[in-house]
Ligand binder design. Structure first.
Ligand SMILES: [Zn+2]
Length: 371
């Protein structure tokens, strides 16, 4: 199998959603800077994401919505009617200078990943993972749905059975809309219960291949290990996928401001590593993650995990300098970050009890027969 490759773009460094939006923080640029500082990203392993053309986006999105998104970027404004119809120009999905080009670059990376994986391999696209986008509507900070486009791109490249696993704190409502009834797609999502978008119930099964596990507050590393062993790995292995797409959002960690889950980044890396041997094609996407240090450390560790690199206990100075250069304006937690956010990648593990409610939900999903 070929060596893993990373897809990125400088547009994610230069653009943000505005001064008060959770996505004002740098994320992908930290992964690039930190990986390069550690010597983990030689230039021949890096692929610049192309900006998807509007016509390419209509593989799943409606042409009128794509046109409205382009118009909003050009005018830097939306009409009341368009705001209502398309969800553009809202607090979650604001008008900003790159509001078409930035998501179109994320989507372009995912479309390209599907093509590059035709013959097999491993691709990491941390700017991907915008799992809330709908065919004709923005939502949840997502303007387009690049995971859906990645799966459709893989299909177009001749890949049949695809397992989609999502460990973001939020349920991937857009991806479920696209593939819930598709017998060729397995969908597994682990997400915080009673949190926006309030979809992803335990009982949902779509056409039979949908497995949703809502988890309670304070979800810990021990519980994630149980979810991996009892839900994710057995279901993915039994599906015999030709490709695995992992949405590895970084918002289920303890320090994230948008969820109340309590994982350490070790939990995410364990999922990344365990899924790797289960198919000849592996695409790892980013997703949520709103604490700039948590995201940068977690996602850089994903790249190390995909490459089998040792994560040092203490970062060398060049790496620590990247993390010291970050800021998190408007956040209480950003005022006095603890030292380990600068000089380590690995969090201290956050074990805990495997609670009965989670045990019961896992048992309910384990009992389920294939369709
Ligand atoms: Zn999320």
């Amino acid at each position: 199998m070929s060596v893993p490759r990373l897809i990125g773009s400088e547009i994610f460094r230069r653009s943000g959603y505005g001064a008060w939006h959770p996505l004002r923080v740098p994320r992908v640029s930290t992964v690039l800077d930190l990986s390069r500082a550690l010597g983990w990203l030689p230039s021949d392993r890096y692929i610049v994401a192309p900006r998807a053309k509007p016509a390419a986006l209509t593989l799943w999105h409606s042409p009128d919505y794509i046109a409205a998104l382009e118009r909003a970027e050009a005018a830097q404004a939306v009409s009341e009617a368009e705001r209502g119809r398309y969800g553009l120009g809202t607090p979650s999905n604001p008008v900003f200078p790159e509001m078409y080009r930035r998501p179109a670059t994320g989507a372009g990376g995912s479309l390209l990943a599907g093509e590059l994986l035709a013959k097999g391999g491993v691709i990491y696209h941390p700017a991907g993972g915008t799992h809330h986008g709908m065919p004709a509507r923005a939502g949840g900070f997502c303007y387009l749905n690049d995971p859906v486009l990645a799966i459709l791109s893989l299909r177009r490249a001749g890949v049949g059975r695809i397992a989609y696993v999502d460990i973001d704190a939020h349920h991937p409502d857009g991806v479920e809309v696209a593939f819930a009834d598709d017998p060729q797609t397995l969908m597994i999502s682990v997400h915080e219960e009673r949190r926006w978008p309030f979809t992803g119930g335990l009982q949902d099964r779509g056409g039979g291949n949908v497995f949703n596990l809502p988890v309670p507050r304070d979800f810990n590393d021990t519980e994630m290990a149980a979810v991996l062993d009892r839900l994710i790995l057995p279901r993915v292995a039994a599906f015999r996928p030709e490709a695995v797409v992992l949405q590895c959002g970084a918002d289920a960690v303890e320090e994230d401001p948008l969820s109340r889950l309590s994982l350490s980044n070790n939990a995410h890396w364990a999922v990344v590593a365990a899924l790797a041997p289960l198919s000849p094609r592996y695409l790892v996407l980013g997703g949520g993650g709103y604490n700039p240090w948590s995201v940068g450390r977690l996602w850089t560790g994903v790249w190390a995990t995909l490459n089998g690199l040792d994560i040092p206990d203490r970062l060398p100075e060049a790496g620590a300098a990247v993390l010291r250069g970050l800021s998190w304006t408007g956040s209480r937690r950003g005022k006095a970050p603890p030292a380990h956010w600068f000089d380590t990648l690995r969090d201290a593990p956050r074990p805990g009890p495997l609670r009965d409610e989670l045990r019961d939900r896992l048992a309910a999903l384990e009992k389920r027969e294939p369709p």
